[in-house]
Design a protein around this ligand. Structure first.
Ligand code: ADP
Ligand code: GN1
Ligand code: MG
Length: 362
């Protein structure tokens, strides 16, 4: 059993009972490992790291370790359980942060028990609590020295660079698909004036550069199965310097859509302003004072920006032959792109209202 060879590299005890694919991430390959240790079932998350994307796994894992250590210290100071409130890397038997087997890179985490990473918002309070989780995450990393982090994926949320990559994909049109998606291409081209907005504010220093998560989807936060309250923010691959509007915006992008990211029936994809309000409340209650006026005034713009950027990335990947985001069916990246553009159109219509809400909620 190949999986057993990999699992044996990590410092865990007990008999391995199973190892099965797990979760719905688009980037890494995640597995649930179940072991038996002294009559107890112990679970772990094993991940094959996408090393096409993360070309320096050593730096990636060092980032994750230093961020989780910082959070762990904060949790202890706050009287919370550090073993449950963040990811815990299981070391290899040689003491390393990851294992290499047949040129593939693997890492292991303790499984965070009695908690769920939700795929869509079924109860509004779940979204509220996810906002509290990400707000607390931003707050706890507020004094983290950003210069000690490696910028693992440079320009990750630089929408201007994403737009340049998109135009390049349209021009090259390697799969010959551009002719079939002209309305989507036009949708992106028409909004060119947006793309430098947040980047310019960061460059000019008007908006603070912080340590941010950069991938704040609902399924990257674990909520307690009983109380629904935040347990831990996970998927720390993209923790890098960034804008708080990226983190706020990406949560809104994913969570204010009542459907899956790849829903084909666009009449079901409607931006849920009530959920935006819930998120805003939870987020404000957790980050509170640290937010500057410029940040607050750009939260809604952050939501539009993250959504158009994500749609653009899905469309780029569709044009390039689905080499980045994992797909399980033909056309899935195009469907994902279309849901994002529908949400952008909805948000644009109520932008003034969204800004007003951000200004008034404390
Ligand atoms: P990806 O980068 O591919 O999105 P994630 O790190 O987000 O990978 O993991 C995918 C899924 O696996 C998560 O959405 C969550 O359901 C589950 N998961 C990841 N880490 C843990 C953990 N430590 N404990 C429990 N579940 C986890
Ligand atoms: C990817 O890793 P995952 O599935 O949480 C992607 C995000 C996108 C998201 C869209 C490293 O997130 O940037 O917003 O898919 N992560 C990376 O669902 O590119
Ligand atoms: Mg994830």
């Amino acid at each position: 059993m190949e999986a057993l060879e990999i699992i044996k590299k990590f410092d865990i005890s007990g008999e391995v009972l199973s190892c099965e694919p797990y979760g719905e991430g688009h980037i890494n390959n995640t597995f649930l490992v179940i072991t038996r240790h002294e009559d107890r079932r112990v679970r772990y998350i094993l991940q094959r790291i996408n090393s096409n994307l993360f070309t320096d796994v050593d730096k990636l894992m060092r980032n994750i370790t230093s961020v989780t250590e910082h959070i762990r210290a904060k949790l202890s100071q706050e009287g919370l359980n550090p073993d449950r409130g963040t990811l815990t890397v299981v070391k290899t038997i040689e003491g390393g942060l990851y294992a290499i087997v047949d040129d593939r890179y693997y890492r292991m985490y303790l499984f965070i028990e009695d908690a769920t990473a939700h795929q869509t918002v079924t109860r509004p309070e779940d979204f509220y609590y996810s906002a509290v989780a990400f707000g607390e995450f931003n707050r706890r990393l507020g004094d983290f020295d950003a210069s000690t982090l490696y910028e693992i994926l440079p320009n990750f949320h630089n929408t201007v660079v994403r737009f340049a990559n998109f135009k390049n994909a349209v021009e090259r049109d390697v799969m010959g698909k551009a002719k079939d998606v002209q309305p989507e291409i036009d949708f992106v081209l028409k909004r060119e004036h947006y793309y430098s907005k947040l980047v310019d504010l960061l460059d000019s220093g008007e908006m603070p550069l912080r340590v941010t998560h950069n991938d704040t989807k609902l399924n990257n936060v674990m909520l307690d199965n009983v109380t629904g309250e935040p347990v831990a923010v996970i998927d720390l691959d993209t923790v890098m310097p960034g804008s708080i509007c990226y983190d706020f915006g990406d949560s809104i992008r994913f969570g204010c859509n009542p459907c899956g990211e790849d829903e084909r029936n666009l009449s079901l994809v409607n931006f849920r302003i009530d959920l935006y309000e819930s998120y805003l409340k939870g987020f404000m209650s957790a980050v509170g004072d640290v937010l500057t006026e410029v940040e607050r005034d750009n939260l809604a713009m952050g939501a539009i920006m993250m959504t158009i950027e994500c749609g653009m990335r899905f469309l780029t990947d569709y044009l390039e032959g689905d080499t980045y985001f994992r797909t399980t069916r033909e056309g899935q990246n195009l469907d994902r792109c279309r849901t994002q553009f529908k949400l952008v159109s909805d948000m644009e219509k109520v932008l003034d209202q969204l800004n007003e809400m951000a200004r008034n909620i404390r």
